[in-house]
Design a protein around this ligand. Structure first.
Ligand code: NDP
Length: 244
């Protein structure tokens, strides 16, 4: 049985990935930063469907916690076959109002966190000459979003990292891909008003927002053997909103 580690798996897109991978027969581990109750509820939900999975508390912006997360989960489930770097935080506001702390938090979670997890996962994948790494960027990483400059910069960084790693790890049999979601119904967008949502839906060629399950389906595809000749790609799961 293959094993996946999904960062930020306790809710939203990560949670949908946990359920999709578990349903497809994977051993699933995930991490979350603080909402233990949501993670425990997910473990229960898996159980109720006759599946299993384990949540671990770890802040991906802290390399020590990432090391502890991998060591702990590897002891229980073995090496990671597919890493999904999903954990992320958003920040909305003018760049000129942004504090050093706010900037570091976005970079710390959205970019450093991907680096820490990839760095820790790679040696075992190279030793076994196989593996898949999937990063979750954003349409803003492709196009840039007004009042989301730090987030856009971090997510563009994730795309650069994905492409570079795909070249670096391809000869070792490890694939590295990225999903750039559009606007997806999750808590991250909880601050949007109904009117905001309608405007975003109107800007989307498919005329609606996306669901976490729609991103999870693409994540599962890219992490499985179905995608065995696909690497270095950025797949927009966005209803067409970022078509250029
Ligand atoms: P949510 O805010 O709904 O969920 C975020 C998840 O990440 C939670 O499980 C949260 O755990 C976890 N998390 C946050 N910070 C950390 C951290 N430092 N360490 C470990 N886990 C952390 O987000 P979404 O599901 O909407 O987003 C998932 C990914 O998709 C993100 O990378 C986001 O940038 C990206 N994305 C989302 C879009 C959208 O429209 N929703 C659009 C484009 C990209 P806890 O609750 O414990 O903090």
């Amino acid at each position: 049985m293959k094993t996946t580690l999904i960062t930020g798996g306790s809710r939203g897109i990560g949670r949908a990935c946990v359920l999709a991978f578990a349903q497809a027969g994977w051993q699933v581990a995930w991490c979350y930063r603080k909402e233990k109750e949501q993670s425990l509820a997910l473990e229960q939900e898996l159980k109720s469907r006759g599946l299993s999975g384990l949540g671990f508390k770890a802040d991906v912006a802290d390399s020590g916690q990432v090391e502890a997360l991998f060591s702990h989960m590897e002891q229980v489930l073995g090496p990671v076959d597919a890493l999904v770097c999903n954990a992320g935080v958003a920040y909305q506001g003018l760049l000129s109002d942004m504090t050093d702390e706010d900037w570091r938090r976005v970079m710390g979670v959205d970019l450093d966190g991907v680096f820490y997890c990839c760095r820790r996962a790679i040696p075992s994948m190279i030793r076994r000459q196989k593996g898949s790494i999937l990063t979750i960027s954003s349409m803003w990483g492709l196009t840039g979003g007004s009042c989301e400059a730090a987030y856009s910069a971090a997510k563009a960084g994730v795309i650069g990292l994905t492409k570079a790693l795909a070249k670096e790890l391809g000869p070792s049999g490890v694939r590295v891909n990225c999903i750039a979601p559009g606007v997806i119904h999750t808590q991250m967008n909880g601050n949007l008003t109904q009117e905001d949502r309608q405007i975003l839906a109107d800007e989307t060629p498919l005329c609606r927002l996306g669901t976490p399950e729609e991103v999870a389906g693409a994540a599962l595809f890219l992490s499985q053997e179905d995608a065995s000749f696909i690497t270095g790609q950025v797949l927009a799961v966005d209803g067409g909103i970022a078509i250029s």
